[in-house]
Design a protein around this ligand. Structure first.
Ligand SMILES: *Cc1c(COP(=O)(O)O)cnc(C)c1O
Length: 381
């Protein structure tokens, strides 16, 4: 089946065959009729809340359908899901190794790498997101894992995922990707050779800015390891949030298509605006990685950034505050449009971030694209 069909049909309830949606089971305890059944249920049955009741099980199945994965773990936030993937990917005895982290990784993930990886004896080494297959030259040093994120946070560099994954496989190094931008729907990193695909479901999958959650998907041997570590680390998400997420997933394809189309139209209008020097949107032909992007992705999301020519951060903040429809806030991928002045957040160590002015990020929502452009145009004015 094609992706959109899988997105609708995977994870539909099996326990009750007369309801379209799964029930929300708020439960820790599952009782058994006898001690024998409690300890050795035959056939195997659910035995405790942490193992996942409904709709957590159905949500995991739906995400597995999206990625064509063999196992999906849920985490209480997107950040927690990337960290779960990193901890799962770490080899059993990682002391003395390096971890290769893309320089455009999400800020809080960077902070985890800097502050926590050393506690495992692992040194984070940041690499140019545009390195591609040449990452092989860094793999002569014992390497615990490689973290990718494409397009990268804030600066939207596109990575050559197949080339990096192939180099990692050859060297026997595990790969993790933060796949939040594609939401697992604009590309499938597992198909491109990545071992663990993490995603902040908080963003597009949820789509309504009303909960936080993350997932990690994996296939084959990586899926076996993920399943083991997931049980070991004790992660769990609330069934109410799982229900909202599953509900969001059903319309993910439509929402991201609309958001992406409006975003691309706004990106083009910004590109033509005299106060804008650069638009960092991988779907634009002017983007340096556009060709690579077209090879790997089947569409665009509505999240991108632009540079205000010769403008200082303070002035860009005034422009953002002058918007009406675009509201100031972290996060993205919701139905509502957001704008974020980014200069206070950008941190790079492998490649300097150089720009002609201040950087602003947009998350284009589901409003009418003409109204959104009118709002930005008046604020630019
Ligand atoms: C928002 C975000 C996260 C973290 O998600 P939360 O649910 O807010 O913890 C991780 N990665 C990327 C790329 C993000 O944009």
């Amino acid at each position: 089946m094609k992706r959109d069909t899988r997105l609708i049909h995977s994870g539909q309830p099996r326990r009750s065959d007369d309801l379209v949606n799964p029930p929300v089971e708020r439960a820790s305890t599952v009782v058994a009729p006898s001690t024998a059944e409690l300890y050795n249920p035959t056939p195997p049955r659910r035995h405790y809340g942490r193992g996942g009741l409904s709709p957590n099980t159905e949500l995991r199945e739906a995400i597995a359908g999206l990625y064509e994965a063999d196992h999906v773990a849920l985490a209480p936030s997107g950040l927690a899901s990337v960290i779960l993937a990193l901890r799962t990917a770490l080899p059993d005895t990682p002391a003395g190794m390096q971890a290769l982290i893309t320089d455009s990784a999400y800020g809080p993930v960077r902070r985890f790498c800097d502050e926590e990886l050393p506690r495992y004896g692992v040194t984070p080494v940041y690499y140019d997101p545009r390195l591609g297959g040449e990452i092989a030259t860094l793999l002569d040093t014992p390497t615990a894992l490689i973290l990718l994120e494409s397009p990268g946070s804030l600066t939207f560099e596109v990575q050559d995922i197949p080339a990096i994954a192939a180099a990692a496989r050859k060297a026997g190094v595990a790969t993790v990707i933060d796949d939040t931008w594609s939401a697992g729907i604009l590309m499938n990193p597992l198909e491109l050779g990545v071992d663990y695909a993490a995603q902040a479901l908080t963003k597009y999958a949820g789509g309504h800015s009303d909960f936080l959650m993350g997932s990690v998907a994996a296939k084959d041997e990586a899926a076996v390891r993920l399943k083991t570590k997931d049980v070991l680390f004790g992660g769990h998400v609330s069934p109410d949030d799982a229900y909202l997420c599953l509900r969001g997933l059903r319309t993910l394809s439509l929402r991201i298509e609309r958001s992406g189309a409006s975003g691309l139209a706004i990106a083009k209008a910004l590109e033509a605006h005299p106060k804008v020097s650069r638009v960092l949107h991988p779907g634009l032909e002017s983007h340096p990685d556009h060709a690579l992007f077209k090879n790997q992705f089947n569409g665009v999301s509505g999240c991108f950034a632009f540079v205000l020519d010769g403008v200082e951060a303070r002035e860009s903040e005034a422009m953002a505050e002058a918007c009406d429809l675009f509201r100031l806030g972290f996060s993205w991928g919701g139905y509502e449009s957001l704008i974020l002045p980014c200069d206070r957040q950008i941190r790079r160590t492998a490649v300097d971030w150089k720009a002609e002015g201040a950087l602003l990020r947009l998350s284009v929502g589901l409003e009418d694209a003409d109204d959104l452009w009118a709002d930005l145009a008046q604020a630019l004015g």
